[in-house]
Structure formats: C-alpha cells, structure tokens
Design a protein around this ligand. Sequence first.
Ligand code: PLP
Length: 311
Amino acid sequence: MDANENPFGDLNRYPDPYHKELKASVSKLKGIPVDNIFLGNGSDEVIDLCLRIFCNPGIDKALTFSPSYGMYEVSAAVNDVGIIKVPLNKSFQINLKKVKAVMKDDKLKVIFICSPNNPTANCMNPRDVEFIIRNFKGIILIDEAYIDFSGMPSFSNIIEQYSNLIVMQTFSKSLGLAAVRVGMAFSNPEIIHYFYKMKQPYNISTINQKTALKRLAAINSYREQVKIILVERKRLSENLKKLSIIETVFPSDSNFLLVKVRDADLIYNTLINNKIIIRNRSKIIKNCLRITVGTRTENNKLIRELKRISI
Ligand SMILES: Cc1ncc(COP(=O)(O)O)c(C=O)c1O
C-alpha cells in the first residue's frame, strides 16, 4: 500500500525498478554478477544515460568512429555534448594514430566503440580497443549489439579490470526482441550505481521484463536461430558475389551485410518499388548498401529481385 496503485487486476502494480528477476537471469546467462549489470529501455537508453552521467552539456565531448551507429551522434546532440568523429581506415578499423591525437583533449569524456560495427559489419581489432581502454582516462563504452553473430569473446570478461569500461549488449538482435526494448550494460558496481540513480524509475515495463525473462528461459531456441542466420549470411553473401551489379560484399561478423554496388540509389529505389526495404548507406560510404540477413524465403526474394536488376 505504498504506491497509490489500483488494487485490482494483474498489471496494476508498478514494475520492479531494479529489474531483480531479469537481472538474475541475465547474470546466469552471461556469468556476470548482478551488481555489474544495468538494464535499460533498449541500449539506446544506455547511450543516452552514459552521456548524461559523464558529460557536462555545452562543455564536454564524446568520440565516435565514422562510419558507425548513428545514435551516438544523435544522443550527443540531444544532450548538447560535442561530438568528435574519427574516420575508420580503409579496412574499417580504428586508426590509432588519429585517436591518440584527440585522446589528450581534457573535454573528451566518452569514447564509443561499436564492435561489431554498424554499418561496416566487422569487429574492431581487440588490440586497438585494449590500447584505448588502457590509455584513455575517460569512459569507454563498447557496443556489442551484434557480438553473438561474431564468434568473438566479449569485452565484458574484463570489466572488473578497468574502472572506466562499460560493455553494452541488447535483447534486440540475436535474442530477437527488438520490439521489447531491453538493453544491457556491464560495468563495475560504481558505474552501475550511477546508471540506476540517473534512469527513470520505471524504465522497463513489467510486460517487457517478463517477455525478456521468458526469452532467456528458452535460450536454446535463440541459439538455433543464430545458427540459421549465420548459414543464411554465408549463402546470401555467396549469392550476392555472383551478381554483376555487386562490386564487393564486405566480410561480416554481424547479422547484416555491407555491399558496394555501382549505383546504390538505383538499386535501393528499385527494391523499394518491389516492396523490399534495405538500408541505403551511400551518404556515409559511397555506393554502399546495408542488407539485414532475413529468413531463407526473404533472402531468396531479395536475390531474385537483384538478379532481375542485374540483367
Ligand atoms: C550498434 C547498435 N547498437 C545499438 C542498437 C540499438 O539497440 P537497442 O534496440 O537495444 O536500443 C543498434 C540498432 O540497430 C545498433 O546497430
């Protein structure tokens, strides 16, 4: 009788603000203690909170590599945090020389590292990431939204070794719950405490917490889905490579493919007219398209349409 709720019904109580049951389940799955886990309304909330906790609006800055996930820049703008964009090299890897030059800026408080990176699909070289973690005095947020498609170990294994490291994962990709909006952040208990202090009290609804819990209880079926997506990624990639309109299919550690074509706008618009929506990334990487790996049927439909355009 403490929260002025309606006493009737089964959704009448406010959600658990500390996500205890769901955190216990995530802890078991990831082998990470509950005190090292924060759950957000999608990882987009984790990005926003990170900027709000560690940056003074109008004064401090954050660093994102380019091209990378657009939300870091959007969230920085919303929070009046300046953004430094450091271009990735030709292999879409971190250019350490360029990072070293800006790391000294004492207004730089947060570095976002997306690995595997969206939209380039590749993992960052772990040695470069570790160099940044060891040498940067501010916060490093490693976004591992696509880690389960990569076969690479998570940086969450080393969160206790560094006081400035946050690793972020999500229920939206390999766990198939983008509609549910649950993101995970792993860090030391002090940083986790700040996240819980700063968030809205009821950031994840009871329905969403329960849905995420149910998903984790059926973890084996999600593992099967990941296997199917990986098989389809390989098949889709091989088929795309055979098409004359495709110049390059970049290697992927994610559930999507980045492809370079001769005329991205033409292909994108032709596919739209055939009710297939992919992502046109040519404004940030010339003539590149990003294609999410779909079901076998969806992928076949895409290949069919692209073959028609190739003729
Ligand atoms: C790299 C990356 N991080 C985070 C997200 C968003 O995750 P969430 O659905 O948990 O907010 C996306 C979504 O596309 C993404 O590509």
